[in-house]
Design a protein around this ligand. Structure first.
Ligand SMILES: *[C@@H]1O[C@H](CO)[C@@H](O)[C@H](O)[C@H]1NC(C)=O
Ligand SMILES: *[C@@H]1O[C@H](CO)[C@@H](O)[C@H](O)[C@H]1NC(C)=O
Ligand SMILES: *[C@@H]1O[C@H](CO)[C@@H](O)[C@H](O)[C@H]1NC(C)=O
Ligand SMILES: *[C@@H]1O[C@H](CO)[C@@H](O)[C@H](O)[C@H]1NC(C)=O
Length: 315
């Protein structure tokens, strides 16, 4: 009987693990206050996020769990095209909705912004009503550098050097992404504030170095050939890049103007097998501060410094 229980427990663990860790999960935070929808959007942007965009029933449930007693704005609107709801960030048509019964009712085109009810259903409301906001965050580095691991742990780290953002931590490591942090103009000797200015994506024998908006690709053996594993796309001062290893695709989005780098993955092979400033991607946030030797750092500074790339020039 005990054996059976153990086996069952093991099976249910694998099932949940593979279901919840296919994609890097979005993380949400509530910002309390009395904001119009437009102000709510700005509040989220101020802290390096954006108004939440639930795209699956599971994401909607995760968001709903945050609003026990109040209702909040989310990042969906039909301001641009009456009755066609789109995501506020890129105006693309929504791919999932969860409207309450008899909603959206538009009210003669007066109600263009989406409110999340405490039961997780949606309502269209005048954008000038006053509510709190649910902000969403991508994993990566946005601003200060305000870091967020794949598992959603947020921390501040002000390094001034090259650091390992994330890498394949299996025995035969296939990729490593390093980033260069530099002090911002508004840094003072007492308070250094840094940001990402460049990064280096090395996958197998291929690399791509992004410095500002310059993209330099090549092979580590010195041969000058087009990159084939790393796909890069430059548009409107943004660089989007992806590569696939095992069954997992990693996507990096770099917005130079904000010095923001988001990283997402889709695929389950690297569950718990990554390491670096973005943690191990095992779905658990509290164990994310692992140093290269596998021990756990006591704070963000010790953790960050442990991932300094050896032999690089620092400031
Ligand atoms: C890029 O990263 C790879 C692997 O981490 C390293 O071998 C290479 O020297 C780096 N290139 C530069 C220009 O920093
Ligand atoms: C990788 O990027 C290219 C170019 O932007 C795109 O066509 C392709 O669909 C992307 N691959 C994946 C798996 O997302
Ligand atoms: C991806 O790889 C993992 C680990 O090898 C495996 O458990 C999973 O089923 C694979 N997923 C797909 C879609 O192939
Ligand atoms: C850099 O070298 C030190 C000393 O050899 C080592 O303890 C540390 O783990 C190395 N850092 C990384 C990121 O490999």
């Amino acid at each position: 009987m005990l054996h059976l229980l153990v086996i069952l427990a093991a099976i249910s663990f694998t099932l949940t693990a593979s279901q919840t860790n296919e994609k890097s999960p979005p993380t949400y935070e509530v910002v309390y206050g009395e904001f119009t929808w437009f102000e709510a959007k700005q509040e989220c942007e101020k802290i390096g996020g954006f108004l939440a965009e639930p795209r699956t029933p599971a994401e909607n449930v995760k968001m709903e769990s945050l609003c026990a007693s109040e209702t909040y704005w989310i990042g969906i609107t039909d301001l641009n095209h009456e009755d066609i709801f789109t995501y506020a960030r890129d105006d693309s048509t929504i791919i999932y909705s969860n409207f309450a019964v008899h909603q959206p009712n538009s009210w003669d085109g007066e109600q263009d912004c989406i409110q999340l009810y405490t039961d997780g259903t949606w309502n269209d409301l005048s954008c000038f009503e006053h509510l709190g906001a649910i902000c969403q965050f991508a994993s990566g580095c946005h601003g200060d550098p305000h870091m967020r691991t794949f598992d959603g742990r947020a921390y501040t780290f002000q390094g001034t050097c090259w650091y390992t953002l994330f890498k394949d931590c299996t025995e035969h490591s296939r990729f490593e992404i390093t980033t260069k942090f530099e002090p911002r103009e508004d840094s003072t000797p007492d308070q250094v504030r840094t940001r990402i200015v460049a990064f280096n994506i090395t996958v197998g024998d291929e690399y791509s170095i992004i410095d500002g908006l310059d993209i330099n690709t090549g092979r580590t053996d010195g041969q000058k050939t087009e990159a084939r594993v790393i796909t890069t796309q430059k548009k409107d001062k943004k660089i989007k890049l992806n590569f696939t290893s095992k069954n997992t695709t990693f996507t990096l989005e770099w917005t130079l103007r904000k010095h923001a780098l988001s990283v997402t993955y889709d695929g389950s092979f690297y569950h718990g097998k990554l390491c670096g400033l973005m943690g191990n991607a095992d779905g658990i946030a509290v164990n994310d501060f692992q140093k290269p030797d596998g021990s756990v750092a006591k704070d963000a500074d010790e953790f960050g410094e442990s991932w300094k790339v050896n032999g690089t020039k620092c400031y």
